[in-house]
Design a protein. Structure first.
Length: 214
């Protein structure tokens, strides 16, 4: 099972959700992301939130869509996205994609990046995706990643205090058994130079960001 969540971030940064690569996903709405899905011709299987960011015709469309809605008060201890992610993690999908979580308010964006850590610790592959970026969190291990020509740049940041044993191969600026402390820009603006590149780390939590210019 593959799941995809659409949150209420800027629509201009949400890619075409009807693209072929997303056809075998079950869709989940988080607050206004539910309306974005409906507008794209996709009926989500579930939706979560306080729905305080939809009004008038948009709210009517959401509440009359036949989607299974789980509503919450605006005053709560979790964001709508976190509630949706917790539900999705409980389903143990093989892959979870999150759209509409980047490109807007930085507090929501940084919270979404940290949510990746929770999902990765549950053993689930997950990515934040928008029109300019694909962000994944890597736990210790070795990964072979297909180069995506839509994302020219390849960057890495430590999300833990330090990443140890970082090796990058098949990239313009390779590394061998390096240490990457939190706050270091050592691995910003690299580029893949092979059809498949590899990333391995011995310890720590590593953000992998495939990015393009606006």
């Amino acid at each position: 099972m593959k799941l995809a969540i659409v949150a209420g971030g800027p629509e201009a940064r949400i890619p075409d959700l009807t693209a072929p690569e997303y056809h075998d996903f079950d869709w989940i709405g988080a607050d206004r992301g539910t309306f974005v899905l409906l507008k794209s011709g996709i009926k989500p299987k579930h939706a979560f939130g306080d729905f305080d960011s939809v009004h008038g015709p948009e709210k009517n469309a959401v509440f009359h869509s036949g989607t299974e809605l789980r509503t919450f008060q605006p005053e709560k201890d979790q964001t709508d996205l976190e509630i949706a992610v917790d539900w999705a993690v409980g389903k143990k999908p093989e892959l979870l994609l999150i759209f509409g979580a980047t490109g807007g308010r930085i507090d929501h964006e940084l919270a979404a990046v940290q949510i990746l850590l929770r999902v990765a610790r549950a053993g689930i592959r997950c990515a934040l995706i928008d029109t300019l970026n694909r962000v994944t969190l890597l736990m210790p291990g070795t990964y072979h990643v297909s180069n995506d020509p839509d994302y020219h740049y390849l960057s890495f940041l430590a999300l833990s205090e330090k990443v140890e044993g970082l090796t990058l191969e098949g990239v313009k600026y390779p590394l061998k058994n390096a240490g990457l402390p939190v706050g270091s820009s050592l691995c910003i603006s690299n580029e893949a130079d092979a059809a498949t590149f590899s990333v391995s780390l011995r310890s720590g939590c590593l953000l992998m960001m495939q990015c393009s210019d606006a």
